[in-house]
Design a protein around this ligand. Sequence first.
Ligand code: HEC
Length: 209
Amino acid sequence: MRQSRDRYLAALRCMWLPVLTGMILVLVGCRGSQSERPPIHLNPNMDNQPKVKAQSESHFFADGQAMRTPPEHTIARGELREDTRLYQGRDTNGEYITRSPLPASSESLNRGRERFGIYCTPCHGDWGDGMGAITRYKYPIPPTSIYDARILAMSAGEVYNVITNGVRNMPSYKAQIPVADRWHIVNYLRELQRNGPPDSTQTMNRATE
Ligand code: HEC
């Protein structure tokens, strides 16, 4: 009798580990099962914090909007844009500057060629002569040739302004092209003008092909 009780206790003693392991597995091992509730997050650290999402509602601010407009007469860090030559293409008297504020280095011209190819070529053509692919699709207003006497006479600041704000039927590209790239494009456009319009042997990608 006593012997059998000892054996029973010994059996219990070596059972506890597998039983405990089993219970833990049952508790944490619900992989694949689905629940509407978020998973148990044992160590939250700072993973979840209160925040507001763009365009969302807020009960914190009196106007009920989560998004805030900057206080009047304040400028965000790095947005001062004091350099009128660089940002507006104008000197402090408001006159267009004649030369690009960024030197026409080979890096600048390479970047300008690349950006011109992306943003200007579809309308103005590879050489800027106004024969871009768009002319094949009956674009109502022919894009200007950069070799027109009027455009040759334009100051660098004015060309920068055309890219930034658009002109008549040409849209603005300020949202797509950052300031420095606009000047790289101006530098490249000047280089194209210096080299002159393409001759008849250069017909790559031209509408008249
Ligand atoms: C969607 C087509 C389109 C794109 C892209 C485009 N342009 Fe134009 N651009 C035009 C048209 C059309 C005109 C003529 C506007 C007018 O006179 O009504 C024009 C005019 C111009 C002029 C002459 C402005 C003037 O005062 O007469 C310049 C310079 C110019 N574009 C440069 C550029 C540069 C640089 C780019 C690339 C950043 C570019 N354009 C991209 C369509 C385009």
